[in-house]
Design a protein around this ligand. Structure first.
Ligand SMILES: *Cc1c(COP(=O)(O)O)cnc(C)c1O
Length: 417
C-alpha cells in the first residue's frame, strides 16, 4: 500500500507541497468505496485465499504483504505508517505502542552485547534510563554534549554501533548540528537515530540531513489532540529491515483506532504547527521582556546559542520552549505561580491543542551550560487566543512576586508537579 498516490492515481508533474501532501496522503478513496478516510480495520485473524498466501507470510521475515496476522499491522496501521514515512522522506515506517517503544525498538534493532552507544546529553529522560539499562546486556552508553557537532568523531570507538540524537533537546532545547554528526557517523558506518518529535516532519526532516532512522512520539503533534499514546520509527531503505525485524521480535503492536486518529491528526498538522509557532514566538518574546524571567530558551530567538543551526535545518519552530525564572524565586514562590494559572494546565506530554506548563529538570550533564541557576519551566503553547494566554501568565507572574510578601505567613505548602 503506497502512501502518496493521489485520488486518481495520477503522478503529479512536480512534487506537491507539504500542505497538499498532508491532505492527500493515504490509501486512494477508490479503494474504500470513495470515502476519503480509511476504515478502522480491527483484527487478529485475516483469512488467506489459499495455502500460497500462508507460505508467503511465513517466508517473509518482514511480513510486508497483506493479509497477515493482525500484530504485523492492519491496513489502518499501514496507512499511517506509509503516510508518515512519505512525509519524513523515509523508505518505510513501523508504528509502535508509544513513543518510548519507538525509541527502545529502534535502539534494540541495532545493538548487541559488547557495543558502545553514544547518546546526546539532553535526550528525553526515559530514553536515558532505557539506554542505561542496556548495561545489563553488555552494552555501554556514553553521553555527549549535544552541541559538539563534528566533535563526535573523537568519541567514536571501534565498537561504537549507534549515535542517538534529539534536536532540540528535551527541556533545555539545545539545537544539534545533525548534518555534522551524521556525516561523521556515515564515514565510520555508525547508525544514527534522531528523535524528531518536537519539529515533526512539517518543520524538519532528519533523513534529509543524513540520519538513518527517525523516531516519533505520535502522542504529541502528529495526533495533536492529547487523546492517544502512540509512536513510530521511520527508516531509510538500508536500515528498515533491522527496525521491522526488531518490532516483530519484540511484539510491537498499535491499535487501529489510535493509528486512525494519528492519520487524521496529520491532515491538520500544517495549520496547527503554524499556529503553535506563531503563538509560542509571541509569548516567548513577551516573556523575555519580563523582570521575573532570567531567560527564554527558544531556538527561534536570536540570542539562542543554536539559532543559526535551527535557521539552517528547520523551516519553523514548534510550541514548547524553556522559561528560566530569576534565581531569586524559590520553590514555594514557583508553586504559587503554577497554582495561579487558569489556562495553562499542569501536566505532562505536550503537542495537543491545549497549553501546558511543567517544571523541567535539566538533570545530570556532561557538557554545556546546564544546570543554570533558577527554576526551569517547560511551556507548551496551545491554540488558545494568545492575548488570553498572556493575561494568564501575567497573573501567574504577579502571584510569583507577591508570594515574596507572604514568606512569613504560615499556611499549607502549595503542591508542585
Ligand atoms: C513524549 C516524548 C517521547 C515519548 O513518547 P510517549 O508517546 O509518551 O511514549 C519521546 N521523545 C520525546 C522528545 C518526547 O517528548
Amino acid at each position: 500500500m503506497t502512501g502518496d498516490a493521489g485520488p486518481g492515481g495520477n503522478a503529479p508533474a512536480r512534487a506537491d507541497a507539504l500542505d497538499t501532501r498532508l491532505v492527500h496522503l493515504g490509501p486512494p478513496p477508490g479503494q474504500q468505496f470513495g470515502y476519503v478516510n480509511p476504515p478502522v480495520y480491527r483484527g487478529s485473524t485475516a483469512l488467506y485465499d489459499g495455502p500460497a498466501g500462508l507460505r508467503r507470510t511465513q517466508a517473509d521475515p518482514l511480513k510486508r504483504d497483506l493479509p497477515a496476522y493482525g500484530r504485523f499491522g492492519t491496513p489502518t496501521v499501514r496507512a499511517f505508517e506509509a503516510a508518515l514515512s512519505t512525509l519524513e522522506g523515509g523508505h518505510a515506517a513501523v508504528v509502535t505502542c508509544s513513543g518510548l517503544a519507538a525509541i527502545t525498538t529502534a535502539v534494540l534493532a541495532f545493538v548487541r552485547s559488547g557495543d558502545h552507544v553514544l547518546v546526546s546529553d539532553s535526550v528525553y529522560p526515559p530514553t536515558r534510563r532505557f539506554c542505561d539499562s542496556l548495561e545489563a546486556f553488555g552494552i555501554s552508553t556514553q553521553y555527549y554534549d549535544p552541541c559538539l557537532g563534528s566533535g563526535i568523531e573523537r568519541l567514536l570507538r571501534p565498537n561504537t554501533r549507534l549515535v542517538y540524537l534529539e534536536s532540540p533537546g528535551s527541556g533545555t532545547f539545545e539545537v544539534m548540528d545533525v548534518p555534522a554528526v551524521t556525516q561523521a557517523c556515515r564515514r565510520r558506518d555508525v547508525t544514527t537515530i534522531v528523535d524528531n518529535t518536537w519539529a515533526t516532519p512539517f518543520f524538519c526532516r532528519p533523513i534529509g540531513l543524513g540520519a538513518d532512522v527517525v523516531v516519533h512520539s505520535a502522542s504529541k503533534y502528529l495526533a495533536g489532540h492529547a487523546d492517544i499514546v502512540l509512536g513510530a520509527v521511520v527508516a531509510t531503505e538500508e536500515s528498515y529491515p533491522a527496525v521491522r525485524r526488531a518490532a516483530i521480535r519484540l511484539g510491537q503492536y498499535a491499535g487501529p483506532d489510535d493509528a486512525y486518529l494519528a492519520l487524521r491528526g496529520l491532515r491538520t498538522l500544517g495549520v496547527r504547527m503554524r499556529q503553535h509557532e506563531r503563538s509560542a514566538l509571541e509569548l516567548a518574546r513577551w516573556l523575555s521582556s519580563r523582570p521575573e524571567v532570567s531567560d527564554v530558551v527558544h531556538p527561534a530567538l536570536d540570542h539562542h546559542p543554536g539559532h543559526l543551526i535551527w535557521k539552517r535545518d528547520f523551516s519553523g519552530a514548534a510550541g514548547p520552549f524553556g522559561l528560566l525564572l530569576h534565581p531569586r524565586f524559590d520553590e514555594r514562590q514557583v508553586a504559587a505561580m503554577l497554582q495561579h494559572l487558569r489556562l495553562f494546565g499542569l501536566g505532562y506530554s505536550w503537542g495537543g491543542y491545549e497549553s501546558l506548563i511543567v517544571p523541567s529538570d535539566p538533570g545530570v550533564r556532561v557538557g554545556g551550560d546546564w544546570p543554570r541557576p533558577g527554576t526551569l519551566l517547560r511551556v507548551h503553547v496551545g491554540m488558545e487566543d494568545v492575548e488570553d494566554l498572556k493575561a494568564d501568565l501575567r497573573g501567574a507572574l504577579a502571584a510569583l512576586r507577591s508570594a515574596d510578601e507572604d514568606v512569613r505567613s504560615p499556611g499549607p505548602t502549595p503542591s508542585t508537579v
